[in-house]
Design a protein. Structure first.
Length: 231
């Protein structure tokens, strides 16, 4: 399943400029597969899309009437063209909002309606804090919020702000997975559910995709956190 999804993503994005590590794709596919298994439906939201590399994965995963919403301060022509091509291919609506999330104060979606939220916009401390706070109430109870450049030493402010958010909302959100340049946040209520599924599925998914990874357990806010890095 993960190998098929990874190959499909690579085929869809071979000409799309951007960044999405294979391990991040595999981890996202495991999360999406888990949601499918338990019958979770919901929309997709991404802040910061560049030309649509990562957004291609959400269009690939969505099933109509689910929708994909992208918010990007520039919303370049390349983004629109790439998303239109994939929107037509998969029959999934994609809405692009050309706006800075820092100045956005309109509803992006219904509360608890997004099963995936990917945050890859303004990398300043103020920007990442705004984007997490702006979208937290939209996350589905069984959704995942994916933070780009989490634990990346080039952007320590992203890690700091994310940890601070989880500390302040420890009864609502939890960090369950770290790796592939991403941090995965889930509902604290379902932390153990997600930890179990990632722990069970990720090693085999990496192996199937020929992406050798060393997985290990850490802890965040006294909760288990699955981590991985190249073996």
């Amino acid at each position: 399943m993960a190998l098929d999804g990874l190959n499909e993503f690579r085929g869809n994005t071979v000409e799309i400029e951007g960044w999405m590590t294979a391990s991040a794709v595999i981890s996202s596919l495991v999360a999406l597969d888990t949601q499918r298994e338990i019958g979770i439906a919901g929309n997709f939201l991404e802040i910061g899309s560049w030309h649509g590399k990562s957004a291609a994965l959400w269009l690939q995963a969505a099933k109509s009437p689910e929708t994909v919403t992208l918010m990007d301060i520039a919303a370049r022509d390349e983004l629109g063209e790439n998303m239109q091509r994939l929107s037509d291919r998969y029959g999934v609506a994609c809405d692009i909002i050309k706006r800075s999330s820092l100045s956005y104060n309109e509803p992006i979606g219904k509360p608890r309606s997004m099963r995936v939220i990917h945050i890859d916009g303004d990398h300043s401390a103020a920007g990442i804090s705004n984007d997490i706070e702006l979208t937290a109430g939209l996350l589905h109870p069984h959704g995942v919020m994916i933070i780009d450049d989490f634990m990346n030493p080039r952007f320590p402010q992203i890690t700091e702000v994310t940890f601070d958010f989880v500390r302040r909302h420890t009864n609502r959100f939890s960090i369950v997975l770290v790796g592939g340049n991403k941090g995965f946040l889930v509902s604290a209520k379902f932390h153990d559910f997600w930890f179990e599924h990632f722990s069970k599925k990720l090693p085999d998914a990496f192996k199937a995709c020929d992406e050798p990874m060393l997985t290990y357990e850490g802890s965040v806010q006294n909760r288990k956190c699955l981590c991985f890095r190249p073996a």
